[in-house]
Design a protein around this ligand. Structure first.
Ligand code: AMP
Length: 376
């Protein structure tokens, strides 16, 4: 018997941000219906969904009712409580399963899982309470970064610790524990591998995406980072090892540091399509959202081949500081595409949209994406 969820069926998305919106776009194109559940109204995903259910993620009655009306549940927001995924799983398949969420929504569990799979991470130590911090700093050394173990992303809940930092101040800065203390990696570059694993265990990936951050938030991604073949293979092997060891069904992104001496270190995992993979929409035969849809529906995965050199620049809320950006100026370059997420309130640091540019080569693509954004 086929376990595939076929076109015409309904995809349930827990979470309602831009990742769900772009997944909904892929799903709609293939003839699926989409339901989304989150506490928000008129959300980026809800605007494109057949049904937008407004409920808290800990409202298990609402989660159960939601799961009963869909054919498969996935999530676009990894901080959905494990209990919600577990509850949904009693009524519909949840992919990837709640166990993947449980590991990746806690930095300590994630780092331990990576270490258990033999993968390289920055040196780290668990810090359960403030009193443990001075000892951890002594063992890890400075500079170090203190991060809350749960519910952190884009540099939120993090503080850097130097030799003269008062541990109590650092502890207060992240709002208390439990936390993880990590050694600072002296990296030459940051990169990600966006990969997918199907229900039958097949795996594909989009190669190496170079990422540049500003204020801990992704700013620019450029596909096809030119690394030594052995390094590139090592990065892709890391991604495949993670997908297999966590038995992921769906898309997962591995964020990596490339150290100055050429080593690769895993920073963190995102068990879903990722901001750095948005460039696959125009840049690849099948996008990361097509891939997520195909994987969670138990369909064969698509082709990750690059159709052209491509880069992506994020549009954060600060671009709206002087009023509505000049979209026409950004679109003057025909190789630029604009994505806006339908968010009403532009706040600083809020991801409002992105610009993707195709180019003659990767430098040209990056230049076009940045020029289009500067023209706003
Ligand atoms: P995260 O929220 O853990 O992805 O961190 C956001 C950004 O902070 C990363 O993309 C890096 O630029 C920086 N960062 C985080 N952890 C480290 C580390 N151990 N060493 C150096 N930079 C880091």
């Amino acid at each position: 018997m086929s376990t595939a969820v076929l076109p015409g069926a309904t995809i349930g998305i827990l979470g309602s941000g831009q990742l769900g919106r772009m997944l909904a776009q892929a799903a709609r194109r293939m003839g699926y219906r989409v339901h989304t559940l989150s506490p928000g109204r008129d959300t980026p995903t809800g605007q494109l969904a057949d049904r937008e259910i407004v409920a808290d993620y800990d409202d298990l009655d609402a989660i159960a009712a939601f799961a009963r009306t869909v054919d498969v549940v996935t999530f676009e927001f990894e901080n959905v409580a494990f209990a919600a995924a577990d509850c949904a799983a009693r009524h519909a398949p949840v992919r990837p399963d709640g166990g993947v969420l449980h590991i990746t929504q806690n930095r300590l569990r994630e780092k331990r899982a990576l270490a258990a799979a033999g993968l390289p991470t920055a040196p780290f130590e668990a810090v359960a309470e403030g009193a443990e911090l001075p000892g951890a700093i002594e063992r890890i050394g400075t500079p170090a970064i203190l991060k809350t173990a749960g519910f952190g992303y884009d540099g939120k809940g993090q503080t850097r610790i130097e030799a003269d930092t008062d541990p109590a101040t650092a502890w207060a800065a992240i709002g208390g524990g439990p936390a993880v203390l990590e050694g600072v990696v002296d990296f030459a570059a940051e990169l990600s591998v966006v990969a997918a694993r199907g229900l039958d265990g097949t795996m594909v990936d989009y190669g190496l995406i170079e990422n540049r951050h500003a204020s801990h938030i992704l700013d620019l991604s450029i596909a096809d980072m030119p690394l030594q073949p052995a390094q590139a293979q090592a990065a892709r092997d890391i991604a495949h090892t993670v997908l297999e060891s966590l038995e992921v069904v769906g898309v997962l992104c591995i964020e990596l540091f490339l150290t100055r001496d050429g080593a690769l270190i895993v920073n963190e995992l995102a068990p879903r399509p990722h901001n750095s993979g948005h460039l696959t929409i125009e840049g690849c035969a099948s996008s990361q959202f097509d891939q997520q849809l195909r994987a969670v529906c138990g369909l064969p995965l698509g082709d990750t081949a690059r159709v052209a050199p491509v880069a992506m620049a994020n549009l954060l809320g600060e671009r709206w500081a002087a009023g509505e950006p000049d979209w026409q100026a950004a679109l003057a370059d025909p190789r630029v595409n604009l994505h806006l997420y339908g968010k009403a309130e532009p706040q600083p640091g809020r991801k409002m949209g992105h610009i993707t540019a195709l180019g003659d080569d990767r430098d040209d693509a990056a230049r076009r994406a940045l020029a289009a954004r500067a023209a706003l």
